[in-house]
Write a protein that binds this ligand. Structure first.
Ligand SMILES: C[S@@+](CC[C@H](N)C(=O)[O-])C[C@H]1O[C@@H](n2cnc3c(N)ncnc32)[C@H](O)[C@@H]1O
Length: 169
């Protein structure tokens, strides 16, 4: 773990209490994995009503937000409403842009966690905003790993996975 700020306060909530939002939830595959790990206070956000219709069938998430994440504030979501935010496979061209990190940070409480992955070939579009928020102490990296998980050699086979600890002042 990098960083190591003395003012870091990790949540002591139980897994059942941790309020987690899955951004770009799609059909809810991440929700299934989080449920297997014991998390149950799950919420899903996706721009596509069709995707959310499928996610709803799984009966895992408590609340669904059908809205596109951008730099605009989502009125139904309060500032600091969530303990954690996960965003998998959605930070890429034509989906969620770097400017939306501001709104991600807004919806996660002080001391919360944001976790996302970006493919190697897309990182260039997000790096400046990631650094800007780091410099402004709006978030702090906990870990950054490069993982290879794509089986098809026809697509890029590496993804940078980031875990940010959030400071909302
Ligand atoms: C590749 S899928 C990933 C779905 C899911 N996270 C998973 O890992 O299975 C990308 C999802 O992001 C959603 N999406 C694209 N742009 C979005 C935006 N601006 N805000 C919210 N969701 C978006 C799409 O509708 C789609 O469901």
């Amino acid at each position: 773990m990098s960083g190591g700020s003395s003012h870091r306060k990790c949540s002591r909530k139980s897994k059942d209490d941790l309020k987690i939002i899955d951004v770009g939830a799609g059909t809810g595959l991440i929700g299934i994995e989080l449920q297997k790990l014991g998390y149950s206070n799950l919420h899903a956000l996706d721009i596509s009503p069709e995707m959310l219709k499928e996610a709803k069938k799984r009966n895992i998430s408590k609340r669904f937000f059908c809205v596109g994440l951008s730099d605009q504030q989502i009125s139904e979501i309060q500032t600091g409403e969530f303990d954690a935010l996960i965003c998998a496979g959605t930070l890429l061209t034509g989906h969620i842009r770097a400017a939306a990190f501001e709104e991600m940070v807004r919806m996660v409480k002080h001391g919360g966690v944001i976790c996302f992955n970006i493919r190697d070939n897309q990182l260039v579009d997000y790096q400046a905003k990631i650094r800007e928020l780091e410099k402004a102490a709006r978030w702090e990296v906990i870990t950054k790993n490069v993982v290879s998980f794509f089986e098809s050699k026809e697509i890029f086979d590496k993804s940078d996975a980031f875990f940010f600890f959030i400071f909302n002042f």
